[in-house]
Design a protein around this ligand. Structure first.
Ligand code: NAD
Ligand SMILES: O=C(O)C(=O)C[C@@H](O)[C@H](O)[C@H](O)COP(=O)(O)O
Ligand code: ZN
Length: 359
């Protein structure tokens, strides 16, 4: 088993990575407070793993709540429905919500846990690549608003994260590769282990070899934990974890969360950020070409359908939570790392988006 800690004072917690960890009752149970456990999952994941996970809580009364499957259900309506369920079943503040699924279940479940009676116990059991390397770690929880992505939410840390790499075996290809966009993000942000593991192991990744996945998950969580430990509530450098997201979130919103998975939108967004970096002479086109090849080798899209216009992108990006003025606050690669810049609505920004629109 691999293990690492996210150091946040009294909110510190461990992240455990192992194949089959889902059924490790002696490891999981101690993190679970109260008499009642709600395992929140969705209609796709529950039939695969909810019974096995339920056995990890032999001394508790275990309830199940299943969301419909899809990013479009990460909203206040479904948040509210889970809260109703908790009240109707007499859940108390010291009871525990366990999120079993991808980032959608984890984000919505975390926000429910943060809000129910001002905060109940919360455990993450992520089952997608994306959730195992990113969304289950760091405490960003929330839901989307019709006008913008993750507009409503809270910072709320789990008590522990249990990553079972066996669950990745049932993940459809498209979902599997989508998670690699966030892993590539850590490489661009400067994680040397993630970068070398990625470029040297395409074949093993395509074969879903457990050894390489465990290493990639460990080093991705390590990079994220390092950033979050220094800036839990995104007052500074945590914003770097948003590389590609200002563009990506606009793409998701403009396609009604249906055309591109989160990771796919972020991959296209990272290409747009790269274009801006090249235009500003912060990075060489050769490095950008290497990452473009990497994204293509991992079946990620690098360009966007023309049904979205540059003007729509720029209008939607105005709602981004990082913005503090009329300018866009964007993360851009610079050499082997990334920086945050303030950018006006200008020709080079428009061209950076335009370049990734399909001809
Ligand atoms: N909180 C954060 O820090 C953070 C970070 C990154 C992304 N996110 C959010 O995460 C969401 C994306 O997460 P995601 O990519 O995991 O998407 P997702 O939760 O929609 O899961 C992807 C798909 O895979 C299915 N699935 C999940 N696990 C499976 C398994 N083991 N086997 C078979 N199918 C399985 C799901 O039912 C779904 O259809 C977005 O809402 C994004 O905004 C949050
Ligand atoms: O943890 C973070 O910080 C991130 O930005 C991670 C992102 O990958 C993730 O998609 C996050 O949900 C984006 O948050 P937002 O604050 O831009 O909505
Ligand atoms: Zn993301």
């Amino acid at each position: 088993m691999r293990q690492l800690a996210l150091a946040l004072g009294e909110r510190s917690y461990n992240i455990y990575i192992d194949s089959g960890i889902l059924t490790n009752a002696s490891l999981i149970q101690p993190y679970c407070s109260g008499e009642n456990v709600l395992i929140l999952s969705n209609e796709t994941v529950a039939p695969l793993y909810i019974e096995a996970l339920s056995k990890a809580f032999p001394d508790k009364t275990v309830y199940h709540y299943l969301l419909p499957d899809g990013e479009q259900y990460k909203n206040l309506e479904h948040f509210s429905a889970v809260i109703d369920f908790l009240i109707e079943n007499g859940f108390r503040r010291n009871d525990t919500l366990v999120a079993l699924g991808g980032g959608v279940v984890g984000d919505l479940g975390g926000f429910v846990a943060a809000s129910y009676q001002r905060g109940m116990g919360f455990i993450q059991v992520p089952t997608t690549v994306l959730a195992q390397v990113d969304s289950s770690v760091g405490g960003k929880t929330g839901v989307n608003h019709a006008l913008g992505k993750n507009m409503i939410g809270a910072f709320y840390q789990p008590k522990a994260v249990f990553i079972d790499t066996d669950t990745l075996k049932s993940l459809p290809d498209k979902e599997y590769y989508s998670g690699f966009a966030e892993i590539i993000k850590y490489a661009i942000l400067g994680s040397e282990p993630v970068k070398s593991l990625l470029f040297a192991n395409i074949q093993s990744i395509n074969l879903r070899k457990d050894e390489i996945l465990v290493e990639l998950i460990y080093h991705s969580c390590h990079k994220k934990a390092e950033v979050v430990a220094l800036d839990e509530k995104e007052q500074g450098n945590r914003a770097l974890l948003n590389l590609g997201h200002t563009f990506g979130h606009a793409i998701e919103r403009l396609t009604f969360y249906k055309a591109y998975l989160h990771g796919e939108a972020v991959a296209i967004g990272m290409m747009m950020a790269f274009n801006l970096s090249v235009a500003k002479k912060l990075i060489s086109p050769e490095i950008v070409a290497q990452y473009r090849e990497l994204m293509l080798a991992l079946n990620l899209p690098v360009s966007l359908s023309r049904s979205i216009s540059v003007a729509e992108m720029l209008d939607t990006m105005k709602l981004d939570k990082k913005n503090t003025s009329d300018k866009y606050r964007l993360v851009v690669p610079k050499g082997e790392k990334c920086i945050l810049i303030e950018q006006e609505r200008s020709a080079i920004l428009m061209e950076s988006i335009e370049k990734q629109l399909l001809v």
